[in-house]
Design a protein around this ligand. Structure first.
Ligand code: ACM
Length: 263
């Protein structure tokens, strides 16, 4: 399967322009699976919840998600993207997975970063692991990088690929993500954005990491870019790191628990 990560600079409050740019970038690279940044419909650095509400959409009637579904059907591909989700009076910093078959699922960011705590509710949909025709996919969003438990839980529940839409402003995540790929023996695709919004500058360097912890490909710091790799998701079934060490079976759950797998 060909996996592509799209790095660009979503425009704050301009969903139509963001859909147009995503369409251009997807058209520039034929692939089976695209991963886009966090809040790719709306931009990131809202002044307050009132501003974020102007650009939020419900999953059931979202112009942005419908545009992604059109793109998925036209390209016979899967797409993961961050989006600003409204449910009643609440906002969530969410990620959606769509495919040629339509809408497949949503994840709501569990760990909110800095001012996001004044705008969004913390995620309440657990960490879904979703079947695609290439394999099982989970989504995490940006600052979730700080919490190894989330990555472990996704992998223990069968995720062969963790798609990771991001709007990173610190410089740690790109170092730690390959380690999560290694310790969970799965693929990770971090799609970061570039550019600046108000006082924040985003750090680019989107990447695809392999179950061996190798960075297969990495984008630049400040350019729009589509990075791609041909990967075999079945490699993520092999949890052995030596002939006698299975990264999952060797865990000492008697000492540190089982992370409530499947629940
Ligand atoms: C972040 O979670 N957007 C840094």
């Amino acid at each position: 399967m060909r996996l592509s990560v799209i790095q660009f600079a979503p425009k704050l409050g301009d969903t139509a322009a963001n859909i147009k740019r995503i369409r251009e970038l997807i058209s520039s690279e034929q692939s089976d699976f695209y991963v886009l940044p966090e809040l790719a419909n709306s931009g990131y650095n809202f002044k307050d919840k009132a501003e974020a509400l102007e650009y939020a959409e419900s999953t059931e009637s979202s112009t942005f998600i419908n545009a992604l579904i059109d793109l998925a059907k036209e390209n016979d591909a899967y797409i993961v993207s961050g989006f600003c989700e409204q449910e009643g009076d609440n906002l969530f910093n969410s990620s959606v997975l769509v495919g040629p078959e339509g809408f497949l699922g949503v994840y709501r960011k569990l760990h909110l970063f800095l001012n996001e705590k004044s705008i969004f509710e913390p995620g309440n949909l657990d960490i879904p692991v979703i079947n695609t025709r290439f394999g099982k996919v989970a989504m995490l969003i940006c600052f979730d990088w700080m919490f190894p438990e989330a990555w472990r839980k996704a992998a223990l529940n069968g995720a062969q690929l963790i798609a990771h839409p991001s709007n990173l402003v610190l410089h740690y995540c790109q170092k730690v993500v390959p380690s999560y790929a290694l310790t969970n023996r799965c693929f990770v695709a971090t799609a970061n954005r570039i550019g600046s919004e108000r006082e924040l500058t985003f750090t680019g360097q989107s990447l695809i990491a392999s179950p061996d912890g190798e960075v297969i490909i990495k984008a630049g710091v400040d350019n729009d870019q589509v990075i791609s790799a041909d990967i075999d998701l079945s490699l993520a079934h092999d949890k052995f790191i030596t002939v006698r060490n299975d990264a999952f079976a060797d865990r000492r759950q008697d000492v540190y628990g089982n992370l409530n797998i499947d629940g």
